[in-house]
Design a protein around this ligand. Structure first.
Ligand SMILES: [Zn+2]
Length: 337
């Protein structure tokens, strides 16, 4: 069997002819395997979905219980047979419930890793290296300029600012799935035990994380209808990134606009979006994590997708590893980082 029969890129996403299924399809398909709940990977309207318990819950929370014709739970580490393929889900370390998918057919092993990172994250299971012939890697931060600092140091910056400006509210822009909960958990781990306030768009997923065993401490809704502006002095308010520059932000006392994202590594971008305190915090591997992962797995071949494909392909070739860019469209590297 050729690799292309096990998995190959198509306009609808990665397709397995051996198993007649798609991985993270970008349009409705009869049978979808989903790596994680971010909107560009997990879309509604498929005939059936196979994903981890947490990812299925996230999809139901975002799209409603009828997000697919049928849903099936993938148990991490257990192999299921689909047509002529065998599939196994293993943790990807990206967000709660995120998984890599190993597809095996005719002795050939291909790993579709979805989005992943290698740094410790208290809100999800760590990435599990899976020996394989072909490793499909993301390349969101696939340039040597991207080297993420330690998350604890970024959180320390936020805590220092809270100390320095006790009269100002700190609005932390963070994506609602993964980043928001990670920021909150990191604050707790750093000893911050005050109430953290949430924009309405964060509430459902924070509750879901807590129900799945990720303790987030004392949370409250960031509504001012019942209180005074001054109530939020010195508080942390977590909100969608787009809100930090919006009218919504003006209800808080002299807000400090913070944004937790790997993109904050680019200073001009932080400046352009009106961010006063950029926090470089990413749920994707940086250049060192991507290259270290490929070195560790030592696959015969690497396929590179979404992001800066060419630099990572070139790096692989210099290491003597065959590599190709997949040029798949429909995966946003900024919508939900
Ligand atoms: Zn993602």
């Amino acid at each position: 069997m050729r690799a292309e029969d096990v998995l190959c890129p198509t306009p609808a996403g990665l397709y397995s002819k051996a198993g007649d299924f798609h991985i993270d399809p970008t349009r409705p398909v009869p049978r979808a395997l989903i790596t994680h709940g971010h909107a560009d990977h997990a879309r509604p309207g498929h005939g059936s979905v196979l994903a981890t318990h947490e990812t299925l819950r996230i999809m139901a929370s975002r799209y409603g219980e009828d997000f697919a014709g049928a849903s099936h739970t993938a148990v991490l580490g257990e192999t299921a047979r689909i047509g002529d393929a065998a599939v196994t889900f293993q943790p990807a370390g990206h967000v709660l419930g995120s998984a890599q998918i190993l597809v095996e057919a005719d002795g050939l092993r291909i790993v579709a890793s979805g989005d992943y990172k290698r740094r410790a994250d208290p809100t999800c299971l760590p990435f599990v290296p899976i020996p394989c012939d072909i490793f499909i890697t993301e390349a969101t931060f696939g340039l040597p300029v991207f080297r993420h600092p330690e998350p604890e140091d970024e959180i320390a910056k936020l805590l220092a600012s809270l100390d320095q400006f006790p009269e100002r509210a700190h609005l932390v822009g963070a994506y609602s799935l993964g980043k928001a909960q990670r920021v909150i958990r990191l604050l707790r781990d750093a000893g911050y035990d005050r109430t953290i306030y949430l924009h309405g768009a964060m509430e459902k997923l924070c509750r879901l994380y807590e129900e799945e065993g990720v303790a987030l401490g004392d949370l409250a809704s960031a509504t001012v209808e019942t209180g005074k502006k001054g109530d939020f002095a010195g508080s942390v308010v977590v909100c969608p990134p787009a809100q930090i520059a919006e009218r919504w932000a003006r209800r808080f006392p002299d807000p400090v606009a913070c944004f937790a994202s790997g993109w904050m590594r680019i200073r001009q971008r932080a400046k352009a979006s009106g961010v006063e305190l950029p926090l470089i915090l990413s749920d994707h591997g940086d250049w060192d994590e991507l290259t270290a992962t490929i070195t560790e797995l030592a696959p015969a071949e690497v396929w590179v997708t979404h992001g800066r494909e060419e630099a990572l392909v070139r790096w692989c070739e210099l290491q003597g590893i065959a590599a190709r860019p997949l040029h798949m469209v429909g995966y946003e590297d900024e919508a939900e980082e």
